[in-house]
Design a protein around this ligand. Structure first.
Ligand SMILES: [Zn+2]
Length: 407
């Protein structure tokens, strides 16, 4: 049986979630087991293996030709999953990248320039609510105070979690990786487009910029039975009117999406008109300028729908992820590789965030997508066929060959 298929079968027993699917949070025994297995496979491939100070796993082949002093070509993705997630999101880019590098080493010997395979920890933020945590550490943008302040639902801080697996939070800076010559990440699409169009490879143009807010609308709390409808200042109604207008904002933006995922009322009771209502807004667009325009429109809508003359709308913005454009040269190399292999490909945006957003600070980045069944991910039903995974590996392998092996 082909090795990649075997690796997936072995991992299908690691970090299974009793509630269904998988859970592989940072610094958990499940992640330790992943590191032991993947680290072993990296060694078998002929890579030297290290775990950095943040817990990311790296395998490296030194360059043997004139390029040995050149910056490394890096491929990989993340090893963690959300709670109740699948066996492909993230881990496909790690194992697929490793399969491509292992085959290239076996077929062509040492590369001309250094090649690295990375398995990032904590991309999903499913344990400590820090998204892209491992790659933030690799780019030196993870704050040390966050290691002590952020905790998991059981109250264990990132720093305590790190110590449990033998990492020293005080040495976080050592996880910073130098510049890279290129970073290539393979991932399941997490959407239905490739499957519907029957195209085996997606070449990412840009990763959407994401902005999240918490919006609070105010009114006047009161008794659900005694306050006449025409005398109410009900922020639940204001919020509902505002939220109902968001789909049109997304539709007008082209590729934008807007989601209201959480809502809170205060007081929080069946028979009380709330005095204030807060909700989250998650807003994404692959073009940064249009994203900013969407933010202004959403804010104007909330202000229009709030009580006239009432308390101004509360507006808290969470840290923003700007849209990340993929490197034109790497996009061309990926599509040339598809051409050489006779595989149709589609240029497309990524609606989800990825470690490539951080790696873009260290050098040029490129991403390719493969179809996943029904476009589903972050759930136990997440599935990519071995045939589709293999096609992605072939495209990556061809591209890595040109970047790092070809004389
Ligand atoms: Zn992912």
């Amino acid at each position: 049986m082909e090795e990649l298929r075997q690796w997936f079968e072995i991992l299908s027993a690691v970090g299974t979630d009793p509630a269904g699917g998988f859970y592989r949070g940072s610094y958990t025994p499940q992640e330790q087991e992943l590191c032991r297995l993947i680290g072993g496979w990296m060694k078998e491939a002929g890579l030297s293996v290290r775990r950095d100070a943040a817990g990311n796993l790296w395998g490296r082949a030194e360059g043997s030709g004139q390029g040995k002093e050149e910056l490394p070509v890096v491929t990989g993705s993340h090893m963690d999953s959300v709670r109740g997630g699948g066996n492909y999101d993230g881990i496909y880019g790690v194992l697929g990248g490793l399969a491509a590098v292992k085959e290239l080493l076996a077929e062509h010997g040492a590369p001309r320039r250094p090649v690295e395979v990375v398995s990032f920890t904590g991309e999903e933020g499913s344990r400590f609510s820090i998204g892209l945590m491992g790659s933030h550490a690799a780019t030196g943008t993870l704050k040390k105070e966050d290691l002590y302040e952020k905790t998991d639902p059981a109250g264990i801080s990132v720093a305590e979690g790190m110590r449990e697996v033998g990492l020293d939070p005080e040495r976080l800076e050592e996880a910073a990786h130098g510049p890279v010559g290129a970073y290539l990440e393979m991932h399941i699409e997490q959407g239905p487009v490739l499957e519907q169009k029957k195209i085996p490879i997606g070449i990412v143009d840009s990763i959407v910029g994401t902005q999240q807010f918490r919006v609070t609308m105010y009114g006047e709390a009161g008794h659900a039975g005694t306050v006449p409808m025409n005398a109410r200042r009900d922020p639940m109604v204001y919020a509902a009117r505002a939220i109902a207008r968001f789909p049109a904002v997304a539709a007008n933006s082209g590729d934008g999406v807007i989601t209201v995922g959480r809502i809170w009322a205060r007081p929080d009771a069946e028979n009380v008109i709330p005095g204030e209502v807060s909700f989250t807004v998650d807003l994404r667009h692959p073009c940064e300028e249009i994203k900013q325009e969407m933010i202004r429109t959403v804010r104007a809508i909330c202000e229009e729908e709030a009580a006239p003359g009432g308390r101004p709308v509360g507006w808290t913005a969470f840290p923003d992820n700007p849209a990340t454009a993929m490197d034109p040269e790497l996009k061309k190399r990926l599509s040339d590789a598809c051409g050489a292999l006779g595989l149709p490909c589609l240029a497309m945006p990524s609606g989800a965030g990825h470690d490539a957003m951080n790696m873009a600070f260290l050098g040029p980045v490129g991403m390719l997508f493969i179809p996943c069944r029904g476009g589903r991910s972050h759930c136990p039903q997440e599935y990519a066929s071995f045939e589709d995974m293999r096609r992605g590996v072939d495209v990556l392998k061809e591209t890595l060959y040109h970047l790092a092996w070809e004389p």
